[in-house]
Ligand binder design. Structure first.
Ligand code: ADP
Ligand code: MG
Length: 139
């Protein structure tokens, strides 16, 4: 059975451009419940840890530099079939390929500055949730 949790981050460039409010608004409008949320900044080492699965790929350095370049919003979201439903809402990794109305289509500048993260599996959603939030920080 599909899980009901997914983890998102509003990435540094979207934060810098004052897109936190609009993005959270879309997330709420689509029925995702915020279970935990944090305005924080990843160190380079923490960004490398978060994206360890991509270590060795050509974009890993750029990605971890970017993700540690400024504050982000991390949030744990609840919804039926959360991972797939949220990935549908954010659209393709490359904003040029993202469908109209998706968060990445609306707010992403490029493949690397693509506005938001979304977990890719139930297993990773739980790992990523634990990366940011203790049990007492979830409501
Ligand atoms: P997603 O965020 O859609 O799950 P991936 O997990 O494949 O995508 O990649 C993680 C992040 O790394 C992407 O959101 C994007 O910011 C960046 N990225 C992925 N592929 C590329 C690429 N070819 N060039 C630049 N950045 C990339
Ligand atoms: Mg991914």
């Amino acid at each position: 059975m599909a899980g009901n949790l997914t983890l998102t981050m509003i990435k540094p460039r979207a934060v810098e451009k004052n897109h936190i409010g609009p993005i959270l608004g879309i997330i709420n409008e689509h029925g995702f419940k915020i279970k935990a949320m944090k305005f924080t900044r990843l160190s380079k080492a923490r960004a490398e840890q978060f994206y360890a699965v991509h270590k060795g790929k050509p974009f890993y350095e750029t990605l971890t530099d970017f993700m540690s370049s400024g504050p982000i919003v991390a949030a744990l979201l609840e919804h039926d079939n959360a991972v797939a439903e949220f990935r549908k809402l954010i659209g393709a990794t490359n904003p040029d390929e993202a469908e109209e109305g998706t968060i990445r289509k609306l707010f992403a500048e490029s493949m690397s500055h693509n506005a938001v993260h979304g977990s890719d599996s139930d297993e990773n959603a739980l790992i990523e949730a634990a990366f940011f939030f203790s049990e007492t920080e979830r409501y």
